[in-house]
Design a binder for this molecule. Sequence first.
Ligand SMILES: Cc1cc2nc3c(=O)[nH]c(=O)nc-3n(C[C@H](O)[C@H](O)[C@H](O)COP(=O)(O)OP(=O)(O)OC[C@H]3O[C@@H](n4cnc5c(N)ncnc54)[C@H](O)[C@@H]3O)c2cc1C
Length: 422
Amino acid sequence: MPKEQHIAIVGGGAAGFFCAINVAINAKKHKQNVKVSIVESSGQYLKKVRISGGGRCNVTHNQFDVKRFVQSYPRGQRELLSPMQRFQAQDTIRWFEKQGVEIVPEADGRMFPVSNTSDTIIETYLRLVEDYKINLVPHFPVKHIEKLENGSFHLESRNSQPILADKVMIATGSSNGGYQLAERLGHTITERAPSLFSFKIRDELIEDLPGLSFEATIKMTLPSKKVFKERGPVLITHWGLSGPAILKLSAWAAREMKQSQYQARLLVNWLGETSPQQCEAELQELKEREARKLLKNTYPAPLPKRFWCQLLNKLQISGDKQWANLNKKELNKIVQALVASEFSIEGQNRFKDEFVECGGVQLREVDFRSMESKICPGLYFAGEVLDVDGITGGFNFQNAWTTAWIAAQAMIDRIIDGAKAL
Ligand SMILES: Cc1cc2nc3c(=O)[nH]c(=O)nc-3n(C[C@H](O)[C@H](O)[C@H](O)COP(=O)(O)OP(=O)(O)OC[C@H]3O[C@@H](n4cnc5c(N)ncnc54)[C@H](O)[C@@H]3O)c2cc1C
């Protein structure tokens, strides 16, 4: 029997657990003598999994075309393409199915356990940890990782004996401590910035209308003149604007918005892709067809009445006016406000359901065929510690599952190759 190999995974979150379990499954399948440890700074594992998706855990996204799937990563799109050809959303679903967990889609593409609770995912992981005798090491915040001359590693923490490992994975999410570990082992950490946030906006048009949602198109111009566009649901909140289209825009523009201190100009077309000409024609038709009706009672179909009345108020056009009496100048003002409402973004608000950071271990320093460091052999990365982040909808967990699975295959392959070479 070859000597036992010890794989230590730093971080007991989504990526850490998925990697540990897959290492253990592979080791058993290939009859390798491997010990797997998950080393966690706190006493609680899988904290983010528990609270994710509002406690329901949005495990992945219902999109099995990998080329389209990776388009949802503002950072990491190119690098994730080939790993996802090996382990994608469909593989995640099958993996859980094998463990008796059904993952089902919702109309917007997000996928959840059929039980509708993240407890199902956590219980499955903890059961597998027990079945495969994975060693859990809580309350061990790794402060330093030392690479020894023989190629193995020392994991050090305050007031504890160091842990010796043959291979190490850093799966510490977006924690400062994790980035420092990677930096001290020679890696570069790219600029960090919040991603997936809503916009703080004060404007009388959206005041007191929280909860109203529109299928809108939005265009944001930063002080640097850089422009970002998005289309989809936009939600009015107490603080400004949110909803999937705003969150996506925040992800794509995360670094640029940080640089501009979250000041930008936003144009909203509340009617989706309706052009100014189409909008004008529609209002003109209303004016002719509903000439005797009051403005406040008759308005373009998709708009909520409260919003329409507030828009008239802001434009200082009386809602008690008949459509027939709307003059050309007023009609043009309404067209402009409907297809290109202009707002000043004054800041950002964290999105409570899924908060993610961009920035992390520079991707060109990692071999995405194995998730092994190109700088420090034997060191691996998975999950949010990498400079990868997805838009909301299950993409961030899929990054954790894919990169952890790839690393788990590679670690066992290396151990098998090493044993053959002896
Ligand atoms: C509120 C919220 C809801 C979310 N909902 C979703 C969702 O529904 N779908 C989705 O796709 N994504 C969601 N996300 C994002 C998703 O949770 C993360 O992308 C994912 O958890 C990243 O996994 P990870 O394993 O890389 O990091 P984490 O899950 O953050 O795990 C890292 C672990 O490492 C530990 N650690 C850190 N430093 C050290 C150290 N020095 N030594 C030892 N241990 C250490 C931490 O304590 C933690 O347990 C959500 C995020 C938040 C905050």
